[in-house]
Design a protein around this ligand. Structure first.
Ligand SMILES: [Fe+2]
Length: 191
């Protein structure tokens, strides 16, 4: 690992999280606030290999992998470099917390859904997350993902809580009209 790049990356990621914290503290995790954070994350991802060289991050064994970049102390945000292999898909799900994504390379199709009835979902729009673009989701927004093309998607993901302290994620299975919730990783006192 090039220590100069690693130091630059560390500083840039710290600055991003500090800026995101200031925006969320001032405005709450609104559409407008998350849109501003998305633009900052797209700019950071746009620095590409100069800041995130491929050799510094191991590829996934299977479908996808998250490399922590910057975690706030306490019960704070988590910034990750995510790598998903071609064809990797995720069924519609609600993270229970806001998130912002930006692409470094590769293409990931995100579709967004609304709830229908007790357990159903219906697609309402979609965004291709590719270099120069990103997306955000407010709390309880629902999306699914698919890595399209034949190269892995490399991207940055900022979540309102670190993945190790993630709330329950609700997964929807439209073909069966069912849903299921994964266990929360939130400590009892913070849930
Ligand atoms: Fe997701």
């Amino acid at each position: 690992m090039n220590t100069g790049i690693a130091a630059d990356r560390g500083k840039a990621c710290q600055d991003l999280v500090r800026a995101a914290r200031a925006i969320v503290d001032a405005e709450g995790p609104t559409d407008a606030a998350l849109g501003k954070i998305r633009d900052l994350l797209v700019a950071l991802a746009g620095r590409g290999e100069a800041l995130f060289p491929r050799g510094d991050f191991a590829l996934p064994d299977g479908g996808g992998r998250n490399h922590p970049l910057e975690l706030e102390d306490g019960d704070g945000m988590g910034l990750y470099l995510t790598i998903n292999m071609p064809g990797k898909e995720a069924a519609p799900h609600d993270h229970g917390i806001w998130c912002v994504n930006a692409a470094i390379s590769g293409r990931e199709l995100n579709r967004f859904f609304r709830r229908v009835g007790e357990t159903g979902v219906e697609a309402i729009n979609e965004v291709m997350v590719e270099p120069g673009s990103g997306m955000y989701m407010t709390e309880h927004a629902i999306h699914d993902t698919l890595v399209v093309g034949d190269e892995p998607s490399w991207g940055l993901a900022l979540y309102g809580y670190a993945l190790i302290r993630f709330p329950s994620v609700v997964w929807f299975h439209p073909e069966f009209g069912t849903m299921r919730a994964s266990p929360s990783r939130r400590p009892a006192e913070a849930a």
